[in-house]
Design a protein around this ligand. Sequence first.
Ligand code: AMP
Length: 285
Amino acid sequence: METIRQVHMMQGRCEELRRRGKRIAFVPTMGYLHEGHLSLLREGRRRGDVLALSIFVNPIQFGAGEDFANYPRNLQRDKELAVAVGTDLLFLPEKEALYPGGFATHVEVSGLTEDLCGRSRPGHFRGVTTVVCKLFNIIHPHVALFGCKDFQQLAVIRRMARDLDMDIQVLGMPIVREADGLAMSSRNVYLAPQERVQALALIDSLRLARRLTVAGETAAAVIIDAVQQRILREPAARIDYVRICHQDTLREMDSITADSVLLLAVYVGTTRLIDNHILGEEIDP
Ligand code: AMP
């Protein structure tokens, strides 16, 4: 695996690979890799001749008072995992390389970003789309892989790629879960043992919603109420949002269709967890 830190070096290397007819698959991450990230890398390995991974904890997608400084990092371990799944290129820029003095340009997707996570994390998606756009410009991948765990993020990036005519296939990959159902996240390490147990309220409530829809319930309000009640049984849980939306437009829906996605954001202690479920699909494969 080749590690590159400079923007122009990465750009040159990817340009040369493209010229030689290589298909580039790209997985952007903030590191502290887990099986969720590795599932994207494995699929990228299958879809590209060259597999590129970026690790960059992007300061501009964190709000004041969020966990930028404490975000978990373990570069040595990340490198070993990346090599093990066959990564060819690791892009590891410094903050100054991506945001030099005088940096003044941002990418903003309106409509999809103001609500849901955008409401409690103002500016978050503008930071995400700006960095992903920059990474796309540097790497020019043929295909870029993202997790459906960050459902709104995936919708926003798809819209950015479409609206800005980026010739990149944006692929969404299934949520990878721990054996007990908790969606994998680098932030799960923040959970104290008791909180880790209570965090199962998220998957439990998604399963409950699934059972209700399979049984024929179509009223979003009924499902949301049941989900909220389940989550609030946990003393450490505080709901940020529980919403049922159209999976493409993210507009709220009153009744369930095959396009409905149930989206959750819940604080367990001080850790903010997100999860989701497309109501027409199976949760446990
Ligand atoms: P992050 O490092 O948290 O920015 O995540 C990098 C990529 O990994 C994003 O596309 C995430 O959606 C994806 N990802 C994170 N957790 C999971 C998971 N549990 N299952 C699948 N993909 C994930």
